[in-house]
Write a protein that binds this ligand. Structure first.
Ligand code: HEM
Length: 141
């Protein structure tokens, strides 16, 4: 039973985390279309800060904690699919960190990336998540 509750909790917070990772670059694109220093830009900075603090940070922590608890429960550490999955989750966690730093730059009025680059960056979670789910469901190796 514990294993099933762990897995249910794991997937629930995976959904919250990934939803937040999809939303954030979208907010950045609209933020950068607002006039720098305007009230609208300040409102976007506030939304991004809240999304990071209330949704993204708690979710990444719970996904890791429950994911590791599942791996311990299943003693899955020697399994190839988990190694590949962990590599992809590390990439996704790095992406989270990069986006969190970008939000701080935007709040300071810096806009290092173009709207086009941000839209391209938005593809990273989509592709990574598809690969992670294939690995954990199909367990090809
Ligand atoms: C953060 C590090 C993570 C670890 C250590 C981890 C580990 C695990 C383990 C050991 C299982 C149980 C597999 C089984 O029941 O056969 C599992 C299930 C699952 N994980 Fe993760 N996971 C992590 C992150 C993620 C992420 C980021 C996603 C999706 C984007 C994800 C999606 C899933 C799914 C969909 C399942 C259910 C698979 C099934 O029903 O068989 N996990 N995870």
């Amino acid at each position: 039973m514990t294993y099933l509750w762990l897995k249910a909790g794991h997937i629930i917070f995976v959904i919250f985390w990934i939803a937040g990772l999809f939303m954030l670059p979208r907010l950045f694109v609209y933020h950068q279309e607002a006039t720098a220093g305007s009230e609208e830009a300040a409102r976007f900075a506030e939304r991004e800060k809240k999304l990071l603090k209330i949704i993204l940070l708690p979710s990444i922590i719970v996904v890791w904690v429950l994911g590791i608890a599942l791996a311990i429960t299943l003693d899955a550490w020697s399994q190839g699919w988990l190694h590949a999955k962990l590599l992809l989750v590390l990439i996704l966690s790095g992406y989270h960190g990069y986006m969190s730093a970008y939000a701080k730059k935007l709040a300071r009025g810096e806009r290092p990336l173009s709207g086009k680059a941000l839209r391209l960056l938005n593809e990273v979670p989509g592709i990574t998540v598809a690969l992670i789910v294939i690995l954990v469901i199909v367990k090809p190796f």
